[in-house]
Design a protein around this ligand. Structure first.
Ligand code: GLY
Length: 553
């Protein structure tokens, strides 16, 4: 079912004779391998690698490297991420999230000025992005590692034409950059680039070539690590060369659930996304939300109420190596039923914050997906946290560095940059990974992966992935229609129903307000998704809320 076509035929029927149905966005289609990614450079690079015989992982690695050149505000060698992967064995989850330096502890941010976990050297955690791509390639890649760098190195060295999105992201953060950042991403005397002008990154070219030729040693044990350590030491960070040497990725077992006849694979902690989406899918199905009129107030009211309840337990989660996550409790039928029972169709009902004694159990990010028709798939979400992360750029190699420390509970009771108030299990500890909302997700039908999706957007990742799963699997929409459809976001605290800017009809908003919702118009996560249709065609879509591309061979 194509949502655009339905809207067209019901609301604009008299105009149809003038316009072809194809005038509306439809998912890009492919017959071998497809990519959905946040810019056209990434898609073109992926297509080239696929044409050269690369598999899903080769394509994903080359796409990731190209984004580190063309979109350093959310993908960088200085960031980290998660991936859900299905190659020839079971679905696996790869955690290459950044880790806290070993010199950090629970009190780390207590005596630092406000904002230190967001801006500057203290915000930086040890990057995992290069190690994540390398691990994926080691385990499943088919082409030579070195060949996957060709396009990324060329675009860094010879330059690429910056997009409007690049200019906006860079211009908005100008005040946060140190001199190295201004030198890397602005012209002489901090003059801004205009869309279409060519940016060259000589420092990043060298860093990429070191990683290309010397593999992980070239990043974690050589000049690049030293450059990053020196660059953040100037701002007081405790990151050392030893932290770089000690960095390790880890493979985790995905969370799974059944939904509308499909098996859903979700990211486990240190992502909170899997637990929240799993709980929300259960409530969506049991409360029969799909029986409500499409895109009407009943549907959005229930989605908002369900999201608030699914987010309620997020405060209890943290890095599983340091903290016992009560996943069994949060996803148990008893708990979910108590949450479902508190939902009222006619009015919003605020549930109180979760209490420790209630637990009955012992003891600016981006995403891309690659999938082929054989059922091999990867959903990969990478992050620097905020746009351009900490604003610190390594002095010699021009590597933009994350501000992932803000994803920890830095000051108990105080919300972070996403207005999330976090729990005790997510306090800063040496070598610990901060709790995340990144939710790369794979969907299987009859043992074959039929969908790969994910999003950037902090906690709005979770509501984005959830609603695209619901719209495709329960409401029968194609991926593009599902991705573009208006969304709501509720993260329990603050008690606000965030809605997509300029996408809601006034009568739906009036109806939602009448039910007691406090409404705030705002941004949503940008979802990138690919789906294998029953006819064997892959369809891919990117979110029109931002830049993107979808294509394949
Ligand atoms: N840095 C955003 C997240 O991981 O949720």
């Amino acid at each position: 079912m194509n949502f655009h076509r339905i809207i067209t035929s019901s609301l604009l029927a008299p105009c149809l004779v003038l316009f072809s149905l194809r005038a509306h966005a439809v998912p890009a289609e492919g017959h071998k391998i497809m990519i959905s990614a946040p810019n056209h450079y990434a898609v073109e690079v992926g297509q080239r690698i696929a044409q050269q015989g690369g598999n899903v992982i080769d394509v994903a690695v080359a796409v990731g490297l190209s984004l580190a050149v063309t979109a350093p505000y959310y993908a960088s060698l200085g960031g980290g991420g998660f991936a859900l992967v299905k190659m020839n064995g079971p679905v696996e989850a790869l955690d290459f999230r950044e880790v806290a330096p070993r010199g950090a502890n629970k009190e780390y941010f207590q005596n630092l000025p406000a904002g230190s976990s967001m801006n500057g050297a203290h915000a930086v955690a040890v990057p995992g992005f290069p190690a994540g791509l390398f691990e994926l390639h080691q385990k499943y890649g088919k082409m030579k590692w070195e060949l996957l760098f060709t396009d990324a190195v060329a675009m860094a060295d010879k330059g690429f034409a910056v997009t409007g999105g690049w200019v906006n992201a860079t211009e908005n953060e100008k005040d946060r950059f140190d001199p190295a950042g201004l030198a890397a991403f602005f012209k002489k005397d901090a003059v801004s680039y205009k869309p279409g002008e060519v940016l060259k990154q000589p420092g990043l070219t060298k860093a990429l070539m070191l990683l290309q030729r010397q593999k992980l040693k070239g990043f974690y044990q050589g000049e690049v690590a030293k450059d990053i350590v020196d660059s953040v030491a100037a701002g007081g960070s405790k990151i050392t060369l030893e932290d770089f040497k000690a960095y390790k990725v880890r493979w985790l077992k995905p969370l799974t659930t059944e939904y509308e006849g499909h098996k859903i694979y979700l990211m486990p902690p240190p992502s909170s996304g899997g637990v929240v989406i799993l709980s929300a899918l259960n409530m969506l199905e049991k409360l029969d939300v799909k029986s409500k009129p499409l895109l009407g107030a009943d549907e959005y009211h229930l989605i908002g109420e369900i999201e608030a309840r699914a987010f309620r337990g997020r405060v209890l989660l943290g890095d599983p190596d340091f903290h016992k996550n009560p996943i069994q409790f949060l996803t148990s039928q008893d708990y979910l039923e108590s949450m479902r029972k508190s939902v009222n169709l006619k009015k919003t009902v605020a549930v109180k914050a979760i209490a420790e004694d209630e637990i009955k159990e012992s003891a600016e990010t981006t995403h891309f997906s690659v999938m082929d028709t054989e059922g091999h798939a990867i959903a990969l979400t990478v992050t620097l946290n905020g746009t351009y992360g900490s604003g610190v750029v390594s002095h010699k190699f021009g590597v933009a560095l994350n501000n992932e420390m803000d994803d920890f509970t830095t000051k108990p009771g105080e919300p972070n940059m996403y207005r999330l108030t976090q729990g005790a299990g997510n306090m800063v500890e040496p070598g610990k990974r901060p709790l995340s909302s990144m939710s790369p997700t794979l969907v299987e039908k009859s043992g074959k992966v039929v969908m790969s999706l994910g999003a950037p957007g902090g906690p709005r990742i979770i509501s984005g992935v959830l609603q695209v799963l619901y719209r495709t699997l329960a409401r029968g929409m194609d991926v593009d229609s599902a991705v573009q459809a208006p969304r709501v976001h509720h993260q329990f605290s603050p008690n606000i129903l965030f809605i997509d800017r300029q996408k809601f009809a006034p009568e739906v908003l009036t109806e939602l307000r009448n039910r007691g919702h406090k409404i705030d118009e705002g941004w949503m996560g940008k979802v990138y998704a690919i789906r294998l249709r029953n006819d064997g065609v892959l369809e891919a879509a990117f979110d029109s809320r931002g830049e993107g591309g979808a294509g394949g061979i």
